[in-house]
Write a protein that binds this ligand. Sequence first.
Ligand code: ZN
Length: 200
Amino acid sequence: MTQDLNNEMKSDCPVCGGESTLIVTNKTDNIPYFGNILETAVRCEKCGYQSADNICLDHHDPVRYTLEIGKDKLNTRVAKSQTATVQIPELGLKVEPGAKSQGYVSNVEGILNRFEDAIQRVLLMDNEDPQSVKENALNIMDIIESIKLGEMTTKLIVEDPFGNSIIDDDDAKKEKLTPEEVEKLETGFTIINQDEEPIP
Ligand SMILES: [Zn+2]
């Protein structure tokens, strides 16, 4: 049974200054792997400004999951909360929680795809990066492909100071983070997701 709290109230808009034009909606929801989540959304009836903020209400022990990933682990489920850091240290790849972090449930292949997309975007940007940076990026793309094809393996690490993330695999090593390790992690605790798409 999910106990839903769902309420709506009106406030003044910080963007256009409209009086009581900002509709604030608070909702709790229970999401698999992430537990109870508080979703706060605001939307201005006058200027169309909107933003949403999701906060995990369930906090568990700070945790680190480590898994050697290769072709046989591509379907392993990975749940990454908005406070999680995901990294593949041997490739120098790391995603830390930030202002636009979102939680998602994916699998190892999905995580690799996200890293590849991010590298693609860097390569496509018309920037001043020296050739060595581009060569390094292409090299990492090659290695990711090799992992998918089963030619090599590497370590995937998911760390979450609030324990709302998991690498759901019997071979994954689960450790509790020490307070010192937690301090070094970005928490991304205040999350505001600026949704650029208007509500249809
Ligand atoms: Zn407004």
